[in-house]
Design a protein around this ligand. Structure first.
Ligand code: SF4
Length: 230
C-alpha cells in the first residue's frame, strides 16, 4: 500500500497521544480551503510502502503511542483495514480522519475494533455542504449515517469544522448544532492559509466570531471548543 507522507512526530494530530501522522493520498472531494491539495490525487508521490511504515513503527515502540491516519480520505483505500490491524497489533492506538462520505467503510473498521478515535469533518450546513466540498452535490444521507455511527458507537470521536469567513456564518452553525445533537465533542478550527491551499482568497473569522459560532452549537453538544487552525 502506498504511503504518501509521514510526519514522524506530532503532539497535535492525536489528542492525548504522542503520535505520528500517516498521509494517504486520494480524495473524493475538492474542498477549496483544503490544506493538503497535493494529496487529493491518488497518484501523488509515494514516500514508502506499508512494510516501510511498519518497520518505522516497530523501531518507535515506546517513543510513540498513537498513529493518526489522514489524507486525502483514508477510507477510500481498500487495504486500510488490514494496515490498521497490523498497526494495532504493534500496540499503537489508531486515529482516523474522515470526511464522512463512506459510512459503510467506516462501519467496517469500527465494527472490527480497528480505530480508537475518529475525527469527522462537518463541512457546513446542509444547504452549503456541496459548495464547501467543491462538489456539485453531496449525499447528505451518507454524512448523517456517519454521524449516527460515531454518536452511537463505542469508540471515541470528535466532529470538527474548518471555519472560513467566505463559507460560514451564524446560519451555518445554527444548522450544524441540530445535525450533531447529542455528540460528545465538537471543535471549530479557523482556516489557516498555507502554500498548499490551492484556492486563494479565503480568510479565517476573528476570535469573536468563532466564539459566537461556538455558543450557537453549545446547547446541542457536550463539549464545544475553538482550537488552533490546521
Ligand atoms: S475532504 Fe479533506 S482531504 Fe478531501 S478535499 Fe476536503 S479537506 Fe481536502
Amino acid at each position: 500500500m502506498n504511503i504518501n507522507g509521514l510526519q514522524k512526530l506530532t503532539l497535535l494530530d492525536y489528542p492525548g497521544k504522542v503520535a505520528c501522522t500517516v498521509f494517504l493520498a486520494g480524495c473524493n472531494l475538492r474542498c477549496p480551503f483544503c490544506h493538503n491539495s497535493e494529496l487529493l490525487d491518488a497518484s501523488a508521490e509515494t514516500v514508502m510502502d506499508d512494510a516501510g511504515l511498519l518497520d518505522f513503527l516497530k523501531k518507535r515502540r515506546g517513543m510513540l503511542d498513537g498513529v493518526a491516519f489522514t489524507g486525502g480520505e483514508p477510507l477510500l483505500r481498500p487495504e486500510l483495514p488490514e494496515l490498521l490491524r497490523r498497526v494495532r497489533a504493534l500496540g499503537y492506538a489508531v486515529k482516523l480522519d474522515t470526511n464522512g462520505m463512506f459510512p459503510a467503510a467506516l462501519e467496517r473498521v469500527l465494527a472490527a475494533d480497528l480505530v480508537d478515535y475518529t475525527a469527522m469533518d462537518i463541512k457546513n450546513s446542509p444547504d452549503r455542504y456541496a459548495e464547501t466540498c467543491g462538489a456539485d452535490t453531496v449525499d447528505m444521507e451518507k454524512i448523517r449515517a456517519s454521524i449516527d455511527l460515531l454518536r452511537s458507537g463505542a469508540a471515541d470521536y470528535e466532529f470538527r469544522t474548518t471555519v472560513v469567513s467566505e463559507l460560514h456564518d451564524e446560519a451555518s452553525f445554527a444548522a450544524i448544532g441540530p445535525m450533531i445533537e447529542g455528540a460528545k465533542r465538537y471543535f471549530l478550527q479557523p482556516f489557516k492559509d498555507r502554500e498548499t491551499v490551492a484556492f486563494a482568497g479565503f480568510h479565517a473569522p476573528d476570535a469573536a466570531a468563532l466564539q459566537r459560532y461556538a455558543e450557537i452549537v453549545r446547547p446541542f453538544v457536550g463539549t464545544v471548543e475553538v482550537r488552533g487552525g490546521e
